[in-house]
Design a protein around this ligand. Structure first.
Ligand SMILES: Cc1cc2nc3c(=O)[nH]c(=O)nc-3n(C[C@H](O)[C@H](O)[C@H](O)COP(=O)(O)O)c2cc1C
Ligand SMILES: O=C(O)C(=O)c1ccccc1
Length: 323
């Protein structure tokens, strides 16, 4: 997690001057959707831990800001309720569940509710070793449950036993850790929705994603929550962008905390970024309005960076902007 942040801080910008920057335009198109800014909400589980209305508020605030919302498999509101409150594009993040009938039902519901892409998270065959979750005996509040998994057996509310995380236990029960590149054909055949892979950190895997007819990759080390010591996502971005060679969009997440960071990611070849923890913080502080404020702050900072680097259009942002 620290390395993600350090990688952003290490980048220095090369501003061009005497360019007409009277009206920088931060809008983009991404996988068929128009966005006011190349920013999305990263999938994070259980938004009701941050706000009583959970993902319904996140969807409202994200729509106000004209950004993308990637809803987690572990959302704490139904896909249908989230869609009813969304004013912008929704993608659904999937974990590959052992129960393929359940996975299929999730995809069908997403299609019916108007979700426009799927994001398969591939860096979590098992949950990472999270020592604080173990020490604290992490468990969910009895009021809270995954709203889209109809899991009677999840038992996520088991009472805080030391040395055991309810998340890790549920992941071990529910996730299929045996899937490989060969299994992607099954998912590809299941739906016509675009599919992106989240958690790719190498050129080799990015090439396999292209060969597997995936529609995008999200370069991510899961915010440092999975493999401790993994390469920071901003560093991995360079080799993934080079390997993909423009054939499919490359997104990145991990410690994006300002509009300058959004600019840096785009300069290194990302088409958009996802933001994780700041969404949960702003949701806790201000509900959907808080999320909208946070995303508009990122947008203002991004526009400011476009102006002060002399890159008034998103298409002008390339690696010539980086020292
Ligand atoms: C509390 C929390 C829950 C998360 N849950 C999920 C999840 O359900 N699915 C997923 O693909 N990634 C999940 N992630 C990872 C995020 O999508 C993202 O990759 C990561 O947080 C990096 O961004 P950040 O540094 O902006 O937080 C979670 C991250 C956090 C902090
Ligand atoms: O906590 C996470 O990062 C995550 O991805 C997750 C996985 C399973 C259940 C809840 C969250």
């Amino acid at each position: 997690m620290d390395a993600n942040r350090t990688a952003f801080d290490a980048v220095r910008l090369r501003p061009r001057v005497l360019v007409d920057v009277a009206e920088p335009d931060p809008a983009v198109r991404l996988i068929g959707s128009g966005l006011s800014v190349p920013v999305g909400v990263a999938p994070t589980a259980y938004h009701r831990m941050a706000h009583p209305d959970g993902e319904v508020e996140t969807a409202r605030g994200t729509g106000v800001a004209g950004a993308l919302f990637v809803v987690s498999t572990f959302a704490s509101r139904t896909l249908e309720d989230i869609a009813a409150s969304a004013a912008g594009p929704l993608w659904l993040q999937l974990y590959w569940l052992r129960d393929r009938a359940k996975l299929t039902r999730l995809v069908r519901r997403a299609e019916a509710a108007g979700f426009s892409a799927l994001v398969l998270t591939v860096d979590t065959p098992h949950l990472g070793l999270r020592r604080r979750d173990l020490r604290n005996g992490f468990a969910l509040d009895p009021e809270l449950a995954p709203a889209n998994l109809d899991d009677q057996d999840a038992n996520l509310q088991h009472q805080g036993r030391d040395g055991e995380s309810a998340l890790a236990r549920h992941a071990a029960q529910a996730f299929d850790a045996s899937i490989t590149w060969a299994d992607l054909a099954w998912l590809r055949g299941l739906t016509t929705l675009p599919i992106l892979l989240k958690g790719v950190l190498t050129a080799e895997d990015a090439l396999l994603a292209v060969e597997s007819e995936m529609n995008g990759v999200i370069v991510s080390n899961h915010g440092g929550r999975q493999l401790d010591g993994a390469v920071p996502s901003l560093v991995a971005l360079r080799e993934v962008v080079a390997a993909v060679g423009g054939r499919i969009p490359v997104l990145v997440d991990g410690s994006v905390r300002s509009g300058r960071d959004v600019f840096v990611a785009l300069a290194l070849g990302a088409r958009a970024v996802l933001v994780g923890r700041p969404v949960l913080w702003s949701l806790a502080v201000g509900g959907g309005d808080g999320v909208a404020d946070m995303l508009r702050l990122l947008t203002r900072e991004f526009v400011q960076t476009m102006a002060l680097t002399g890159r008034p259009r998103v298409a002008d942002i390339d690696d010539s902007a980086i020292a």
